[in-house]
Design a binder for this molecule. Structure first.
Ligand code: AHR
Length: 494
């Protein structure tokens, strides 16, 4: 057992934790959209206008604030007009990035907006810069958000949607340093400036425009991009950072049945996102000292080898307790930078990479990552408060990382909500917590298991969160016990 001190100062209020930090990403990739979210109205799988009822209910329950679509790499080859109108007349295309499958465009703008309305989340559209035109993007915005008398408004109405949709978040391109066009930062920044200019605010709809930011630690991209942006034209820039346990794209390691060494490498790799975020914020500070442009962690999560026997282009992987620890670590990192991080989207919501939900035919399961998102829900919209934790950095064989991850917020009801994880596989921690005010009650949850534990379609509730009593509370002092490989949340109330 290792004992450490944690101090929580609720009087030191830092920033609102934007609910959008708990965002998700859905791409036309593998079985994310087709099969995972959309099965069509004629399916035997219970659905509402083609959208799976079980998946929608699970996402709603988890509390999904924002959903990004249609990509990813797919976004820069997506032509939105192919995805509207009668389904039997929609033009097909080849999904060149993801398995070369035929995309029939049966899931398009109307279906995506319906999904967001059914879930109750903000839509986040990723527009096509790489192979699209300024006019195409401009008309898409008009189609979705205008109530004027205009050709695009008429077209939307003819396709069955009378009222415009509300659309706040608009990404201008995706990974334009890579699959989105292999552009230089200067070239992309000029493209960004031009494209965004023709994406207008119609009526009361106000766009929040997102510029394609860096790949991992590439601060040169951030530097050049930021030097050509200003807060009048950009709400945020995006960062993509994936956790690849081996650091080798050709053999990323498996999602299940992995060694303790690979587990340790995963935790160390995922913690690298914190200094990478800091390095980009430092560059952003130089060009935007008033912090008007936010940072969005647009794509994050673990990326492993695909499950054996599945299409390599579909990026389908299982999800274990290791992923739960990764989710907890990342969400705490984002919370602790709530002053600058305005959104984060885990990749991807269903059946692709670090998903919260997996499906197989009519079956569905919630992954350990799902339970972490659900456990962390009270942070959404709460106020980050100061936490000070003694150093818990230890070597695990020859791999060093910080065992305990933590963040805390004050909820709108005045409760103190604390989220923690213990990444150490062998040591229990007991935290001596000193809070600057007294509480009389607590409500705690725990998610724990062996590092490789996961849910299957036959046993979907092997790894689920449970009520936890490993807390001793005495006014403003508490002891929190964190078993090895666990995620714990505690809500203190007066
Ligand atoms: O999430 C899978 C892919 O990863 C996305 O399409 C792309 O943006 C990133 O490289």
């Amino acid at each position: 057992m290792i004992s450490k001190k944690l101090t929580i100062n609720t009087a030191a209020k830092k920033a609102e934790i934007k609910k959008e930090i708990y965002g998700h990403f859905s791409e036309h990739l593998g079985r994310c959209i087709y099969g995972g979210i959309y099965v069509g109205e004629d399916s035997d799988i219970p659905n509402t206008r083609g959208l799976r009822n079980d998946v929608v209910a699970a996402l709603k329950d988890m509390g999904i604030p924002v959903l990004r679509w249609p990509g990813g790499c797919f976004a820069d080859e997506y032509h939105w007009m192919n995805g509207i109108g009668p389904k039997d007349k929609r033009v097909t295309m080849i999904n060149t990035n993801w398995g070369g499958v035929t995309e029939d465009n049966s899931f398009g703008t109307h279906e995506f907006m319906d999904l967001c309305e059914q879930i109750g989340c903000e839509p986040y559209i990723s527009g096509n810069v790489g192979s699209g035109t300024v006019r195409e993007m401009s008309e898409w915005i008009e189609y979705m958000t205008s109530d004027n008398v205009s050709p695009m408004t008429d077209l939307r109405k003819a396709n069955g949607r009378e009222k415009p949709w509300h659309l706040k978040y608009l990404g201008i391109g995706n990974e334009n340093w890579g699959c989105g066009g292999f552009m230089t930062p200067e070239y992309y920044a000029n493209q960004y400036r031009q494209f965004q200019q023709f994406c207008k605010d119609y009526g009361s709809n106000k766009l929040f425009k997102v510029a394609c930011g860096p790949n991992g630690g590439d601060t040169t991209w951030t530097e050049k991009l930021m030097s050509m942006l200003n807060p009048m034209i950009a709400g945020a820039i995006s960062l993509h950072f994936y956790t690849i346990p081996t650091g080798n794209w050709n053999d990323k390691g498996n999602a299940t049945g992995f060694s303790e060494e690979l587990y340790n490498r995963t935790i160390r790799e995922t913690q690298n996102i914190a200094p990478i975020i800091e390095s980009h914020l430092k560059v952003m500070d130089k060009y935007d000292p008033d912090h008007k442009i936010g940072l969005i962690v647009d794509e994050w999560g673990c990326w492993y080898n695909v499950e054996e026997g599945t299409n390599p282009g579909f990026l389908y992987q299982q999800n274990t307790m290791r992923d739960a620890i990764v989710a907890s670590v990342n969400l705490n990192i984002f919370n602790n930078r709530a002053d600058r991080i305005v959104m984060a989207n885990i990749a991807q919501v269903v059946n692709v990479l670090q998903s919260v939900v997996l499906t197989e035919g009519s079956k569905m399961l919630r992954t350990p990552t799902y339970h972490v998102f659900k456990m962390y829900k009270p942070h959404q919209g709460s106020t980050l408060v100061e936490t000070k934790l003694e150093n818990t950095m230890y070597a695990h064989e020859d791999i060093a990382y910080t065992d305990i991850s933590c963040s805390a917020s004050e909820t709108k009801d005045g409760d103190l909500f604390v989220t923690l994880s213990n990444a150490n596989l062998h040591e229990e921690y007991v935290l001596d917590v000193a809070i600057d005010k007294a509480f009389s009650k607590y409500d705690a949850r725990i998610l724990t298991g062996a590092m490789g534990d996961y849910n299957t379609f036959d046993a979907p509730d092997q790894v689920i969160d449970k009520a936890y009593s490993g807390i001793a509370l005495n006014g403003s002092a508490a002891k929190i016990t964190l078993p090895p490989c666990s995620v714990v949340t505690v809500k203190f109330t007066k």
